[in-house]
Ligand binder design. Structure first.
Ligand SMILES: [Zn+2]
Length: 284
């Protein structure tokens, strides 16, 4: 039996080939490298899987080395694929959003020639699947869509640069937009809830968020010419009711040729999105 594993800073989520799901809390280990690796190896090996796909939040090279994981410092520099092979496991290791994109193609969208998945939550990440194959770049770090500049000299991003898409389209981005409009310090979900109640500043903040998201997607469509853009992630999930005109607006913004046949959809795979993609990798 094969399984997909999504290694995050708070939980490790597992999806088995037969549909079984498991979720293990790991936050208590996430700063202690030895304890964290021991625990995730236990979880990965549990049940003697025949092959595993592992999704990791962070810069992951094509050789399965985690260069840097902003949310899981214990994984920085870890040669995860070598470690799994050393344990006798047949394994594939990939960045989490690339996994999410591949899972979407593998389980739902096999007719898509170029599928772009954009996940918005704490940060903004993207994954690309071209003709059924994840596109990772030369070293594994392609699709850093969150860190392309949409405003020269703009707001400071988590990466330290200014004006990145993520500086506007992320939890902290939305919180900052709202703070500047209202003078109030609120969490992303509180702002979304206020927008749902019709509060003027919250609605305005959501609109600013959308305008930047549209610019980011327009740039991506002009560069990559996808036939499908899949929107995923916690913040997108919460804001869905404000985003229904996104496809129409995006199509009106891009050139006619890439607009032809372009679809925008919301991912339906929820919190096991990345584990599902990791499973898809194990199945191929
Ligand atoms: Zn950035």
């Amino acid at each position: 039996m094969k399984k997909g594993i999504d290694v995050g800073g708070s939980y490790v989520k597992v999806l088995w080939e037969d549909g079984r799901r498991e979720k293990f809390p790991v936050r208590e280990f996430s700063k202690d490298r030895e304890a964290f690796l021991k625990r995730i190896l236990q979880i990965i090996k549990e049940g003697n899987p025949e092959k595993v796909g592992v999704s990791v939040a962070g810069f992951t090279s094509t050789e399965g080395v985690i260069y840097r994981s902003p949310n899981i410092p214990a994984l920085d520099g870890v040669k995860l694929l070598d470690l799994l092979k050393h344990e006798g496991l047949e394994a594939v290791v990939m960045n989490d959003v690339s996994c999410g994109a591949f899972g979407e193609w593998f389980f739902e969208e096999r007719n898509s020639k170029v599928l772009l998945l954009v996940a918005v939550g704490t940060g903004l990440g993207a994954g690309l699947v071209i003709e059924g194959r994840p596109f990772l770049g030369a070293r594994g770090s392609a699709l850093e869509l969150g860190h392309h500049i949409v405003e020269k000299g703009g707001k400071v991003c988590s990466c330290g640069r200014k004006g990145c898409l993520e500086a506007y389209c992320s939890s902290y981005g939305l919180e900052r937009i709202y703070r500047e409009l209202s003078g109030k310090e609120l969490k992303d979900y509180e702002i979304v809830n206020l927008a749902k109640e019709g509060e003027k500043e919250a609605l305005a903040a959501v609109e600013v968020f959308k305008e930047y998201l549209l610019v980011g997607l327009m740039n991506a469509v002009h560069i990559l010419n996808p036939d499908l853009v899949v929107l995923a992630g916690g913040l997108i999930e919460g804001m869905k009711e404000f985003l229904h005109d996104l496809e129409e607006r995006l199509i009106s913004m891009v050139e006619r040729l890439p607009a032809e046949g372009l679809r925008v959809k919301f991912s339906s795979c929820g919190e096991y999105c990345m584990a599902r993609g990791a499973l898809a990798l194990a199945l191929t």
